[in-house]
Design a protein around this ligand. Structure first.
Ligand code: GLP
Length: 241
C-alpha cells in the first residue's frame, strides 16, 4: 500500500484529481468507482475544473458509486445520487446513462444488489476506485463486523456512522438506518484504488488501516492486500503514523 502524505486538503484533492484525470486521458472509456462524503468534494471540484479547461473528456467514462441510503429517493437532497449530480455529474459531459448508483428505492434489494454487480461486470470491471474512510474504518458502507461482506449488499448502519452522517440531515433520527453498498470483494476487484482521508478525526482509522492487522473489525485494513492501492492523506490524518 503506497502512502502519500499531502500537506493539506487542497493538495490532497489536487493529487487525487490528477490521478483520476491521468486514468481518463490514458483510457477514455475508463470505469471509475466513485465515493460520496465530504472527503472527495475537493477532488470533484478539481475534476470539474480540468473538464472546463478541456483537459478531460468524460463522454465515454462510466461510473459506479459505492453506495446509496436505503429508502431514500434519488431526488431527495440527502441521497447520494443527488450528491453526485450536484458535486460532479451536472458539471461535466458524462452521459447520465453511464452513471450508476444503487437504487435506494428497490423493493427487491437482493435483486438490485445482484444486478448492480452484473452491471459492473458487464462494464468490464472498475479501473480506478476512489474511496473515503469512516471514523470506524468503514469503506463504502462496509461496517466493522465478523466477516468481510463480499458483494453488493443491504447494510445495517453502525450507530457511529449514523451519528457522523447526521450532519447531512435535519436531525439524527432522519438518517436512514440501512444502505445498499458495494462489498469488500466488489471494491478489491478494482484494478487500482485510491483512498483519501483528511482531518484528525480520521487519524486512528488511518493508523489501523495501514499499521494494524487485516481484520473485518477495521474493513479498510483489507486494502493492505491490494496490489495497486494508494492512500492519500493530509498531515492531520497521518498524525499517528
Ligand atoms: C460515508 C460513506 C463513505 C465515506 C465515509 C466518510 O458514510 N458511505 O463512502 O467514505 O462515510 O465520509 P466523510 O468523507 O464525509 O468523512
Amino acid at each position: 500500500m503506497e502512502v502519500i502524505i499531502a500537506k493539506d486538503y487542497e493538495t490532497l484533492s489536487r493529487q487525487a484529481a490528477t490521478i483520476i484525470a491521468a486514468q481518463v486521458i490514458g483510457q477514455p472509456d475508463s470505469v471509475l468507482g466513485l465515493a460520496t462524503g465530504s472527503t472527495p468534494v475537493g477532488t470533484y471540484k478539481h475534476l470539474v475544473a480540468l473538464y472546463r479547461e478541456g483537459i478531460i473528456d468524460f463522454s465515454r467514462v462510466k461510473t459506479f458509486n459505492l453506495d446509496e441510503y436505503y429508502g431514500v429517493a434519488p431526488d431527495n437532497p440527502c441521497s447520494y445520487r443527488w450528491f453526485m449530480e450536484e458535486n460532479l455529474f451536472k458539471h461535466i459531459n458524462i452521459l447520465p446513462e453511464n452513471t450508476y448508483i444503487p437504487n435506494g428505492l428497490a423493493q427487491d434489494t437482493a435483486a438490485e444488489c445482484r444486478e448492480y454487480e452484473e452491471k459492473i461486470h458487464r462494464a468490464g470491471g472498475i479501473d480506478l476506485q476512489l474511496l473515503g474512510i469512516g471514523g470506524n474504518g468503514h469503506i463504502g458502507f462496509n461496517e466493522p463486523g465478523n466477516s468481510f461482506q463480499p458483494a453488493t449488499h443491504l447494510v445495517d448502519l453502525d450507530q457511529q456512522t449514523i451519528e457522523a452522517n447526521s450532519r447531512f440531515f435535519a436531525s439524527p433520527d432522519q438518517v436512514p438506518r440501512q444502505a445498499l453498498s458495494m462489498g469488500i470483494k466488489s471494491i478489491m476487484a478494482a484494478r487500482r484504488i485510491i483512498l483519501l482521508a483528511n482531518g484528525k478525526a480520521k487519524a486512528r482509522a488511518v493508523y489501523e488501516m495501514i499499521r494494524g492487522p487485516i481484520t473485518p473489525e477495521l474493513p479498510a485494513s483489507v486494502l493492505q492486500l491490494h496490489p495497486q492501492a494508494a492512500v492519500i492523506i493530509d498531515q492531520e490524518a497521518a498524525a499517528l503514523l
